[in-house]
Design a protein around this ligand. Structure first.
Ligand code: GDP
Ligand code: MG
Length: 163
């Protein structure tokens, strides 16, 4: 089946936008059988000739991103178990939120590769704003724009090296 990469993070940071960019025209498989906290989208992607599966975590059963913090933590824990590498996405427009800190706390204990991905870095000014995310205690980060694609090549180069 190949390596599994999970995209985690609080609602509205751009997880699904990045997921859709990664899987492009390929179809997402929706796994809704086991309830809200297990509900996620799976897709296939490849980079530099390396194939991998991608999990987009989110509250699909409810049909909205208005899910409880507890459910996000549960999804992160499931992703940690299931994935070979984790993309933790945050949003430079919003800055660090309490929910980001909760997820970071879970991820700091993880032995698998964790990539801190600062999304919505659509221009150079926003790249400078991203420095605040060092405070999450996860080390260095990648800045990307899921909408215009900038930075995604560097992130994927680093990701597939770990798979
Ligand atoms: P999710 O809840 O984490 O899956 O987030 P979505 O992918 O649904 O995106 C939430 C909102 O952020 C949408 O309005 C997206 O269009 C917007 N968004 C996602 N990526 C970017 C980005 O790179 N730049 C900007 N400016 N907006 C983005
Ligand atoms: Mg989503």
């Amino acid at each position: 089946m190949g390596a599994i990469v999970a995209i985690v993070g609080r609602p509205n940071v751009g997880k699904s936008t990045f997921f859709n960019r990664l899987i492009q025209r390929r179809e997402a498989i929706v796994d809704a059988v086991s309830g809200v906290t297990r509900d996620r989208h799976y897709g296939k992607s490849d980079w530099n000739g390396k194939e991998f599966s991608v999990i987009d975590t989110g509250g699909y059963v409810l049909g909205s991103d208005d899910i409880f913090e507890q459910q996000i933590d549960k999804q992160v824990e499931l992703a940690i178990d299931e994935a070979d590498a984790i993309l933790f996405m945050v949003d430079v427009e919003a800055g660090i939120t309490g929910m980001d800190e909760d997820v970071a706390k879970l991820l700091r204990r993880v032995k698998k590769p964790v990539f801190l991905v600062v999304n919505k870095v659509d221009n150079a000014k926003r790249a400078a704003d991203a420095v605040e995310f060092y405070a999450l205690g996860l080390g260095d980060y990648f800045t990307i724009s899921s909408i215009n694609g900038s930075g995604t090549g560097e992130l994927l180069d680093a990701l597939v090296q770990e798979l």
